[in-house]
Design a protein around this ligand. Sequence first.
Ligand code: MG
Length: 379
Amino acid sequence: MTTCAALIVAAGRGQRFGGNLPKQYAPLRGEKLLRRTLRAFSGHPKIGQVVVAIHPDDAASFAEAAQGFVNVTSVHGGATRQESVRLGLEAIAKAAPDLVLIHDGARPMTSAALIDSVIGGLATAEGVLPVMPVIDTLKRVDGAGVVGETVSREQLVRAQTPQGFRFSAILKAHRTFAGEALTDDAAVLERAGHRVTTVPGDDANIKVTTMDDLARLSAALTETRIGQGFDVHKFGPGDAVMLCGLKVPHTQGLIGHSDADVALHAGTDAILGAIGAGDIGQHFPPTDPKWRGAASDKFLKHAHDLLLERGGTLVHLDFTIICERPKVGPYRAAMVAAVARILGVTEDRISVKATTTEGLGFTGRQEGIAAQAVATVKL
Ligand code: MG
């Protein structure tokens, strides 16, 4: 069985990135960028050992990024990328795997399919690199930005990582050409006279170099979630019901520990559901006297605040109120406005609908009101 190690290069200081934080340790969707990179390699079934070349100052950040990955270890890198790779290869040399993949720590989006493809290419070559076509027209410009000539794109490709190698060949090449400032590992192997072939790269496999790259990647990783909520309250003595934060005159009231706003309770559970934060009873126990007669806008706002704390936004909140009476139609616009005001969002993000159940069931018998809500959020 062919053995394959991965060497992740993460020793750079990220001068192009700005700030003090090396880009590989920048936060991306709640975790360090490098952690996402490590997950792609550590969890791949064809990869055994993962060695990461790090800067000595980054030991604590690395430990956090690598926590829980049992096959990941680190080695101190050198002053240049090429030197860091050589030191990483020396650290792997004892295990002497058949193959090694060398990868930029700041490329967190590498797919298992791309890793498979690079490993597959090594069946017939000493080195394999994933490449992308050059789409944009290329120009040569002088220092003043004046165009000198248009460069032909023919036969030009952009090299990505992971670059794959027969381990013994790349180790020997790095030892031989140490200190020669070659731009990537394929160049080191080419220099040694070996055949390097290509496989198609992946558009998603971007290298994070600037803050803008990080922001774009973060936006691309945004996920949409849906949560739903349902609630019922029973009619009792009274002359009005609370629905969507609005007092609606009626021949009865709704019974509940709080103000019994059945719609806002469903809305609260919908938002809590979308972020996996339990339910309204957990956050506001009906046994707690604190919430006796409480206005339910507090509950809805609390759920929305939890969403915002997680970096999310409410895309849409859609209510369906189920009852024969009172008639909801005349109050619908005011209900939308009330919910929008509670949440501090525009009214186009709120929808209130109503239906009867044609006289059937408990709502049909006018024993109470039911409400459903569906929340759409971006996280
Ligand atoms: Mg309730």
